[in-house]
Design a protein around this ligand. Structure first.
Ligand code: SAH
Length: 501
């Protein structure tokens, strides 16, 4: 027979529960143990603990179903700097130390839009004095005027819908929107038509939002709604709304959306991969100083360290992940990349695909007929897969993308062929056509001719002519070839101007 003996700890337990059966005054009649508390103290404590538990449960679970929050969480939460992290160098160093090398897209996202240290979120990169680059709308207002003419022509060809929204993704200083709205309003004023225009700016940077407000709204108030969006009224009396992401644009089926994105897609984070003998492997960012040849630099990305050229010395570098990462499933499964040869390197921009699908929804969102359009303008090859295009841009020069994280603009070639293929099932797609051709078809030559004739000083005539060359020339002096225009319109729309006769 099994001898039942008690271990010393079990004996202690037995002793402690024994009073239960003894009608000890500290024990409540229904068997609950008050310890050293009175019944009142016990009840109070119990109530407190119960409320705390309920609160904690609610905090964890939320009051709504967690799936309802998908896509509604702020992408750029405003909060104070992370404790103990004073810049992105520290941030990445700590992150890589904790998790190992990070995906390139994670590195880029923080460099570009980290709320406290991101490139776009902390400065005006287009500032005339301290800026890092200049874009077509900033060269001369003629660029925006041509887009205003295009928009007016598309709008009239679609029966001049009465309520429209002009949405711009990544509006920079607001110059393009400014020039577009002026021209559009001028043409509307000359016709008998009337239109209610709302301007929507999708902008991650609060620094740039303020610049845009200054340019578009003069001193009109700049309100912040309880959801964190900004609102104002333009100089021309249009409602202006700033939102963080495309998800914040409320669909309104009685409003036709006209979407512009100039040099926005090239500022989105990418993932990059190499096809190895074992399959697609993701490129990840490694902390250079923390490795001793375990994760070697990927050839052709980060230049060799150099004493003469400080800009070539970086604290981070790209390396090929030795194992599969969750993202390596993207090129492995996609028909576009699956069968590419071994040794090939590709850049994939999932964010661009997400933005594009939302742009398609906006253009297709009008229910009173065929109306709406989008114009995507950027640089990149017309039909190749971008391979090794990531670069840093700092003080009007190219530098390593790993130089001064957060102080350097990062930019990639836009994959036009992919955007086109993704949009085609939903919209009619025109282009990409080269900027020089597009501008000439709209009539940029006549406009420059007019301006040069009207300028009274020879020096001014030359300046205007220089701008014409910069905007349209197809050689290395100009942006006429590498920049491209992609037009998206609802199926069965009339072919828009600018994309060939
Ligand atoms: N379109 C302007 C500016 C181009 S710079 C021009 O051509 O002059 C890129 C712009 O996109 C900036 O306004 C930047 O703040 C914004 N931006 C970059 N990433 C963004 C993101 N993820 N969401 C919203 N805006 C973004």
């Amino acid at each position: 027979m099994l001898q039942r003996t008690l271990l010393p700890c079990q004996r202690r337990l037995f002793h402690s529960v024994r009073p239960l059966f003894n009608k000890n005054p500290l024990i409540h009649e229904n068997g609950l143990y008050y310890g050293k508390f009175t019944k009142e103290e016990y009840d109070k404590a119990k109530q407190f603990v119960t409320t705390q538990y309920e609160k904690l449960e609610k905090d964890i679970k939320g009051t709504e179903h967690v799936r309802d929050k998908v896509g509604k969480m702020p992408q750029f939460p405003s909060r104070g700097p992370a404790r103990g992290v004073a810049n992105l160098l520290d941030f990445f160093q700590e992150m890589i130390k904790t998790t190992g090398p990070i995906p390139l897209s994670a590195y880029m996202r923080q460099c570009l839009t980290h709320p406290d240290f991101g490139y776009y979120t902390t400065r005006n990169p287009l500032d005339a004095l301290g800026g890092d680059f200049i874009t077509s709308p900033e060269i001369l207002s003629v660029f925006g005027e041509m887009i205003g003419i295009w928009l007016y022509s598309v709008w009239t060809s679609q029966g001049s819908p009465k309520k429209i929204r002009i949405v711009e993704f990544g509006p920079g200083k607001g110059t393009l929107m400014h020039d577009v709205v002026i021209v559009f309003n001028k043409f509307v004023a000359k016709s008998a038509a009337s239109v209610d225009i709302e301007v929507v700016m999708v902008e991650a940077s609060h620094v740039l939002r303020k610049e845009q407000h200054k340019l578009l709204c003069n001193d009109n108030t700049y309100e912040t709604t309880s959801e964190g969006f900004n609102k104002s009224t333009s100089k021309w009396n249009n409602k202006v709304t700033w939102v963080d992401t495309e998800k914040d644009i409320v669909q309104a089926s009685d409003t036709a959306n006209y979407v512009l994105a100039h040099e926005f897609f090239d500022a989105l984070p990418i993932k990059s991969f190499t096809k190895t003998e074992h399959g697609w492997r993701e490129h990840v960012v490694e902390h250079t100083l923390a490795v001793v040849n375990t994760q070697p630099k990927l050839e052709g990305t980060s230049p060799v360290q150099s004493e003469e050229n400080e800009e070539l010395n970086t604290d981070f570098h790209l390396t090929v992940s030795p194992k599969e990462t969750p993202s390596s499933a993207i090129p492995t499964l996609s028909l576009r990349y699956r069968d590419l040869p071994e040794g090939l390197r590709v850049e994939i921009c999932p964010d661009a695909e997400l933005y594009l699908s939302h742009i398609c929804n906006l253009v297709n969102g009008y229910s009173n007929g065929l109306a709406g359009a989008a114009l995507i303008i950027d640089y990149g090859p017309a039909d190749e897969v971008p391979s090794n295009s990531l670069r840093g841009i700092y003080q009007h020069k190219f530098v390593s993308p790993f130089y001064k994280p957060g102080d350097v603009d990062l930019s990639i070639d836009v994959d036009f062929a992919n955007l086109k293929a993704l949009a085609e099932p939903h919209l009619s797609v025109y282009g990409p056509v080269e900027q020089g051709d597009w501008l000439h078809e709209i009539g940029v030559g006549y406009r420059f001719d007019q301006l040069i004739k009207a300028a009274n000083l020879m020096a001014n005539k030359e300046l205007i002519y220089d701008s014409y060359i910069r905007l349209t020339s197809k050689d290395e002096k100009g942006m006429g070839k590498i920049y491209k225009f992609l037009g998206l319109l609802p199926h069965k729309s009339t072919k828009p101007i600018g994309f060939g006769i």
